[in-house]
Ligand binder design. Structure first.
Ligand SMILES: Nc1ncnc2c1ncn2[C@@H]1O[C@H](COP(=O)(O)OP(=O)(O)O)[C@@H](O)[C@H]1O
Ligand SMILES: [Mg+2]
Length: 335
């Protein structure tokens, strides 16, 4: 038990009517690491987090946090976890400081301890400037940060972040990422769900790709990228030469390249084709190129390869509360 990962899920299943939200989900997160649960809208991420956080029961399977079964010892689990999500749970009318003090009291801290902890967290996470303004004037990013900070009041060993940056602008996303890195430096284990491939890439030590309620691939970001080989990118000097270039690349790579504007991109098994051969063959076919390069694939390309579908972030989430304040401000940040 000593070396058991701090978060373990085994064959979790959960149905909602005919929908299999979880269909045998396995997960294991070593203490002190960030695990990215990466999947498109509807993949089952929130359902998994809710079960792990004792907010919902699985139909079957088991899950343990720090060795404690989530179904049989929910209180022990709750004492060790924090949860922050896509829908900030903070009170609009209170100030940032007021919210944190209130949460502290709700968690049964003494008045003095609640104050102290609120001050500590505001300072630590760069919210002091806004601490005494009502949350109603906060930006979406600041609200989300405050929500995240509120989940830290009891110093959880394991923090669940359910799509912490969905709908935020790039700058606010960066601020949340910085906060997550702060936490990890403290030794907190983080299970982060995301639809954003770059987010998992930046924050996670390990990624579990979830699709249709199960984990379809796991690995470090680099391992996932390596598992699908290199990408060959060719930028054409003249887009009219695309058909000729497609023929050449198909012959060399054994697959049809994707064409976007003047750029062609195709997967290559690592080490099978040399750039010089590509340039020579294109030249022989009369295709003038602006640029040719080999690179590791993006996680978007990994997802496409694993599932046959792009991992495009959904713009809405049926499972959120109806009165979601940020709904109108959401913007697509996945390219
Ligand atoms: N309370 C619920 N009632 C009915 N269906 C649900 C409920 N919660 C989730 N689902 C369905 O289960 C599937 C997984 O949902 P969810 O875990 O929210 O996915 P994700 O968080 O990855 O977007 C979806 O098809 C969703 O519509
Ligand atoms: Mg969700």
């Amino acid at each position: 038990m000593v070396d058991e990962p701090i978060v373990v899920a085994e064959a979790l299943r959960k149905r909602f009517g005919a929908t299999r939200a979880l269909d045998g989900l396995d997960l294991s997160v070593p203490a002190g690491t960030v695990c990215g649960l990466l999947g498109p809208n509807g993949a089952g991420k929130t359902t998994a987090v809710r079960i792990l956080a004792t907010l919902a029961d699985a139909d079957s399977g088991h899950a343990r946090i720090a060795g404690h079964d989530v179904a049989r010892e929910p209180d022990r689990v709750r004492a060790r976890i924090g949860l922050a999500g896509q829908y900030a749970a903070v009170d609009e009318k209170l100030t940032g400081r007021g919210n944190l003090r209130l949460f502290g009291r709700l968690y049964h801290l003494s008045r003095a301890d609640a104050r102290r902890r609120a001050d500590e967290l505001l300072e630590r996470f760069g919210l002091l400037d806004a601490a005494d303004r009502p949350v109603s004037g906060y930006s979406g990013g600041m609200r989300r940060r405050l929500d995240l900070v509120a989940s830290l009041i009891l110093r959880p060993q394991v923090l669940f972040l359910d799509e912490p940056t969905t709908g935020l602008d790039p700058r606010s996303r960066g601020e949340i990422w910085d906060s997550v890195r702060e936490l990890v430096a403290d030794g907190t284990t983080v299970l982060l769900t995301t639809q954003y491939l770059d987010e998992a890439d930046r924050l996670a030590d390990d990624i579990a790709v979830v699709d249709h309620g199960r984990v379809i691939a796991t690995g470090t970001p680099d391992q996932l990228k390596a598992s699908i080989g290199d990408r060959l990118d060719v930028v054409l000097a003249d887009p009219a030469a695309a058909p000729g270039a497609v023929t050449v690349l198909h012959r060399l790579a054994g697959a049809y390249p994707a064409l976007e504007g003047d750029r062609l991109s195709v997967a290559l098994a690592s080490g099978t084709v040399r750039i010089t051969d590509v340039v020579r063959e294109l030249d022989r076919a009369g295709v003038a190129v602006g640029d040719v390069g080999l690179r590791r694939p993006t996680l978007d390309e990994v997802f496409l390869r694993l599932t046959g579908r792009p991992a495009k972030a959904g713009t809405d989430d049926e499972t959120g509360p109806a009165g979601d304040r940020d709904a109108g401000r959401r913007e697509e940040v996945v390219r």
